[in-house]
Structures are given as C-alpha cells and as structure tokens.
Write a protein that binds this ligand. Structure first.
Ligand SMILES: CC(C)(COP(=O)(O)OP(=O)(O)OC[C@H]1O[C@@H](n2cnc3c(N)ncnc32)[C@H](O)[C@@H]1OP(=O)(O)O)[C@@H](O)C(=O)NCCC(=O)NCCS
Length: 170
C-alpha cells in the first residue's frame, strides 16, 4: 500500500513529457478518459494544470510516474475565465483515494484562483458520480444547475451534468 505520509509531497506543473503517463491514468479513472490530445491541449493552452507528486518508495506498486520518477498521486486542470475559474479535470490515482488528496488539490486550486482575482470556482460533474458529488459538496460547492445530456454515456445515450459553484471568499 502506498503511504506518502512521511514523504515529500509536492505540486509541479504538468509538462508535455508527463502526458503519456497521465493519459494512462485517465484510462483507469474514467469510462470516457481524456486523450493525450486533450491533455496536450490543456498543457499548451494557458490552462492551470498541476500534478500532485510524491517520492517513490521501493515497495510502491502505483505505476504512474512523472518524467522525474515521482509518483503521480493526482492532478487537476483548470481554466481561467473573466472573474471565475472552471475546473476541467480532477483525478486522484486509485492507491491514494480517500486520504484527503482531492481535498488538498481543490484547496490549492482555490488559493491559486483567488490569486487570479477569481470570485468563484465552477465545474460540471456527471450525475452518476456520487463520490465526486460528495467530495465537492463537502468542500462547499453548491449545485446551481443541470446541463441535460452533457456527457457521452454509451452507444447514443447521454448523461446529465450537475453544474456546481464555489464562491471564493477573498
Ligand atoms: C473523486 C476523486 C477525485 C476523490 O478523490 P479522493 O482523494 O479520494 O477524495 P478525498 O479523500 O479528498 O475525499 C474527501 C471526501 O469526499 C467524499 N468522497 C470522496 N470520494 C468518495 C467516494 N468514492 N464515495 C463517497 N464519498 C466520497 C468523502 O466525504 C470524503 O471524505 P471521507 O474519506 O472522510 O469520507 C477520486 O475518487 C477520483 O479521482 N475518481 C475518479 C475520477 C473522478 O471521478 N474525478 C472527478 C470528476 S468530476
């Protein structure tokens, strides 16, 4: 079991060289993963894309490493708007889930967003993603709308997106 408690945990900007590994992790995390092309767009187009990393130990089984050999614990991709920031992707590697790392990623994003003079954070989440909905509600996001048939499901089926907002208190 990977336990990073006594290791150095750090953020690092997602780099082009990290994209193949992140794309592999996407395949494990999502039924409809971002492609390497989606991730490259995120890295290139002024998005805020950050990896959460820790040092790898000899007994680590988690296969996702960045270009410097650190374990990829998770990441987010966010896009700045006029006075808001939109969270586009938030993922934690399976071995690190339910240990508070997504909460930390969201906290870091909120801090960065305030620094960009954003007054709110926005996101969409699949209606069926009960774990993510619970996480976002727990950190203070409120449901503010629904986008009908926003996400692909299977065959021609689509799934609604729940739109959530978090006001950012300066
Ligand atoms: C959703 C996800 C990011 C959560 O990451 P995480 O690091 O496990 O989240 P945290 O440990 O910070 O969770 C904080 C709280 O959120 C809630 N929560 C998180 N995951 C949950 C789950 N699967 N089921 C129910 N509640 C959950 C709990 O209240 C949890 O607190 P607790 O562990 O003390 O009960 C992670 O499961 C993941 O990457 N899933 C696949 C990708 C995904 O769905 N991303 C979100 C797309 S919108």
């Amino acid at each position: 079991m990977t336990n990073p408690v006594d290791r150095l945990v750090q953020f690092a900007p997602m780099q082009v060289g990290d994209v193949p590994m992140v794309a592999e992790l996407e395949k494990v995390a999502y039924a409809h993963p971002w492609t390497p092309g989606n991730l490259l767009d995120a890295v290139h187009h002024l998005n805020h894309a950050q990896l959460l990393l820790c040092d790898a130990g000899p007994r680590d089984v988690s296969p996702w490493r960045n270009t410097t050999g650190h374990l990829i614990m998770g990441y987010f991709v966010a896009m700045k708007g006029v006075d808001e920031v939109h969270l586009l992707n938030l993922t934690v590697a399976p071995a690190f889930r339910r240990q508070g790392w997504a909460t930390l990623l969201l906290s870091a994003l909120a801090t960065w967003s305030r620094g960009q003079q954003a007054t709110s954070l926005w996101l969409e989440v699949r209606q069926s993603n009960v774990g993510a909905l619970a996480l976002y509600e727990r950190v203070g996001f409120k449901q503010v709308g629904v986008r009908k048939r926003y996400y692909p499901l299977k065959a021609n089926a689509r799934e609604d997106a729940v739109v959530m907002q978090l006001p950012l208190i300066p």
